[in-house]
Ligand binder design. Structure first.
Ligand code: AMP
Length: 310
């Protein structure tokens, strides 16, 4: 059977400041990064999102060039696309949201096209948890639902988010958000608390410190790729989710070993994403580069047991 992947989330326009530069009105959005990253593994990725008619043709062209199916992309007449501004300081793990203009997102009703309703894998990018749930109500028995969220929703829609979590199989979340969601500083304990709510697999992203995978049976710690050039951490978490779910959808294997592999593919895509601003690095990324970096990840933490010489 051919596997299919549906991605729902934000598609937007970002303004980003990092110690290495500033870009204005560039392509962004959670679903954009997820779909672009996943498109290196499965095509066409099905995208459901909303933009206004101010959304530039060049962005549509880029999404199409990645073989992303845009049947589910709503374009609102006279509408303004979602806009977000963020600033990073020297600690690239911490950022301030400068503004969040929901615009067309405020009245977004995610309508899943008929052709997408039997999607095998579903990735719920960071949007209102109420909308995430509305998406799931329209899908017929997906094999795996993976979701993301952020502090914005944890603070504003906590009860709704808890309801949505019960419907997710995998939660991908960053460390600050995991602590905020559970009120628990220890990440292993926090992951276990999330497992107790619903998702049986929790991946906690720790920025430049890698990612922690916790399931009922295993704990796996993946390093981050030690990059010397990082320009813009925006979208790293989403690129991670895209690489992770892209690999799982391609391999259609939910064994623990394969989920660990998916964590490394997620880390690989995230590591490329941050090399340049916006989605620029994903524009010329090749399968060979992904393959090579995946292998480098293996070398990074491979070691032998001590040989005791008698
Ligand atoms: P990440 O760096 O992986 O957390 O994702 C950054 C992307 O999320 C940016 O490109 C933003 O456009 C988008 N974003 C920021 N805030 C929100 C929000 N409240 N809802 C949906 N998407 C958002």
């Amino acid at each position: 059977m051919l596997m299919s992947l549906l991605v729902v989330g934000s598609v937007g326009i970002d303004t980003i400041e990092t110690p290495f530069g500033r870009v204005e009105n560039v392509l962004g959005g959670s679903a954009t990064y997820i779909a672009a990253a996943a498109s290196f593994f499965v095509t066409p990725v099905r995208l459901v999102a909303v933009v206004g008619d101010d959304f530039k043709r060049e962005h549509i062209d880029f999404l199409e060039s990645r073989d992303i199916d845009l049947e589910g992309l709503q374009i609102v007449k006279n509408g303004k696309t979602f806009r977000w501004g963020g600033r990073y300081r020297y600690d690239l793990n911490a950022r301030d949201s400068l503004f969040t203009e929901l615009n067309v997102f405020e009245h977004f009703n995610p309508i899943i096209p008929e052709a997408y309703r039997k999607s095998t894998y579903v990735c719920l990018g960071n949007i209102d948890p109420v909308l995430q749930r509305r998406v799931l109500e329209q899908i017929e028995k997906p094999r795996l639902v993976i979701g993301d969220t952020m502090d914005f929703w944890i603070k504003r829609k906590n009860a709704e988010l808890n309801e949505t979590l019960k419907l997710m199989d995998v939660l991908v979340i960053n460390e600050a958000e995991a602590r905020l969601l559970t009120n628990e500083p220890n990440l292993v304990k926090a992951a276990r608390m999330i497992i107790h709510i619903g998702p049986k697999i929790v991946v906690i992203k720790k920025g430049e410190h890698g990612a922690l995978l916790v399931t009922e049976r295993t704990i796996f710690s993946a390093p981050a790729y030690p990059l010397e050039i990082i320009n813009d951490p925006t979208g790293a978490g989403d690129a991670f989710a895209g690489g992770f779910i892209g690999w799982i959808a391609k391999s259609d294997d939910l064994s623990d070993d394969n989920i660990k592999r998916a964590v490394i593919y997620g880390s690989t895509l995230a590591s490329f994403c941050v090399e340049r601003f916006s989605l620029d690095r994903l524009k010329d990324l090749t399968h060979l580069e992904i393959h090579d970096r995946f292998r480098e990840f293996r070398e990074l933490s491979k070691f032998d047991e001590e040989v005791v010489v008698q």
